[in-house]
Design a protein around this ligand. Structure first.
Ligand code: NAD
Ligand code: ZN
Length: 356
């Protein structure tokens, strides 16, 4: 499938096709994005798939270099940006050349930020390899790195020239990473698309087995929904906030667990909690709440806050949420499967109830 992210002159395609990794060279040559490419990747992805991508560029006569950094969120920082920029400079990359961000969200965020700033901006292409990156971080143009004071505090909005997605690479993804990505997938159904939610419920087995045709449709639908939301609201106004469904409580759970609960699984807990909250406030029918919680549970995703997590610590994290406006935490609440409302009208007692 091919999706266009509609951003006027900066519109670009997202191409989702099984096996496309071996044909990235041909795709880039056809689109004449740059004459020379730096592929920025973490060591794990480079080890697993670096040769396939570099061979594909080579076959089309595209001059390219693979530049790697050590995997992990801990390396998503300015030191890595500096090291990558130095590597680009020493290899003679100039403003006519392009950068390919190849890997999960960490590689994409770092490579995108380097592309936005190296020589004041060079062409950028994304080849995301985790499910989270394929359905979320590679779409929307947010790039950046962490600093000790907080995550993603230094960055830029920088749109790629194209995103190339191959679901076949997901086969080597650790189970937890796949599940975390699936939480974000289910999120799209709940916030925007009831039919897609039903599709996810009915095709669970095939999705968990990474059936290529079903995965292609799944990833494409998620990208379409995110692209739609981003096109309506590139710089994070009200529309884009619906993407934070499950993330307010999710981030608090992630933080309170000292990041031992990975992002996607914390978001799953957050989505279930927000659905319960919506029901408690009387904006979501019980039947829809139960279907949301059951869908997450059937996928093997967590739907309640672990007993050992300190509730008061979670509540402390809630108040530090980026989306706190005027001292009020804003929650994205489903009003049906496929629709949401944003509400700040939530009492501490209601939070206590849904945290359980
Ligand atoms: P990640 O990039 O660290 O990848 C997770 C791990 O999987 C890494 O060790 C990586 O080497 C490995 N890996 C990647 N692809 C693989 C494959 N196909 N097979 C086997 N292993 C593979 O983490 P992530 O979950 O992809 O991304 C998280 C990051 O994304 C966070 O830094 C977050 O802030 C960012 N993010 C950005 C946006 C955005 O809009 N820019 C949105 C959401 C998240
Ligand atoms: Zn998320």
């Amino acid at each position: 499938s091919e999706i266009t992210v509609g951003l006027g002159a900066r519109s670009y395609p997202i191409i989702i096709r099984s096996g496309i990794l071996e044909n990235i060279g041909a795709e880039l040559k056809k689109r004449k994005i740059a004459k020379r490419y730096a592929v920025i990747s973490d060591d794990r992805v480079a080890q697993l798939f670096g040769k396939t991508l570099m061979d594909s560029l080579d076959r089309e006569g595209l001059d390219s270099e693979l530049i790697t950094f050590a995997h992990g969120e801990a390396n998503k920082n300015l030191a890595t940006v500096g090291a990558l920029a130095s590597a680009l400079a020493s290899k003679g990359f100039d403003r006519k050349d392009g950068i390919i961000g190849f890997g999960g969200g960490v590689a994409g965020d770092i490579a995108g930020f380097v592309a936005s700033s190296y020589m004041r901006g060079v062409e950028f292409v994304q080849v995301p390899t985790t499910l989270l990156a394929q359905v979320d971080s590679s779409v929307g143009g947010k790039t950046g790195v962490d600093i000790p004071e907080g995550k993603n505090l230094v960055g830029a909005f920088y749109q790629p020239k194209g995103v190339f997605i191959d679901s076949l690479v997901l086969k080597t993804l650790p189970e937890q990473e796949l599940l975390g990505g699936l939480a974000e997938v289910i999120k799209y159904g709940v916030i925007r698309d009831r039919e897609f939610f039903d599709f996810l419920v009915h095709n669970r087995e095939r999705i968990l087995q990474l059936d290529p045709a079903v995965m292609e449709k799944t990833i494409a639908t998620c990208c379409l929904i995110k692209a739609d939301v981003v096109a309506e609201d590139e710089r994070e106004g009200d529309v884009r906030r619906i993407l934070n469904y499950g993330h307010t409580i999710g981030h608090a759970v992630e933080g309170a667990s000292n990041y031992t609960i990975i992002h996607g699984l914390a978001v799953s807990i957050g989505m279930a909690a927000a659905a319960r909250l919506a029901c408690l406030k009387g904006v979501l029918p019980e039947g829809d709440r139960d279907r949301i919680v059951r869908a997450l549970d059937d996928y093997g995703l967590p739907t309640s806050v672990p007993a050992e997590l300190d509730r008061s610590l979670i509540k402390k994290y809630l108040l530090t949420d980026k989306k706190v406006v005027g001292g009020k935490v804003h929650y994205v609440l489903p009003t049906a499967i496929g629709d949401t409302v944003i509400s700040a009208d939530v009492t501490e007692q209601q939070i206590d109830i849904v945290l359980g």
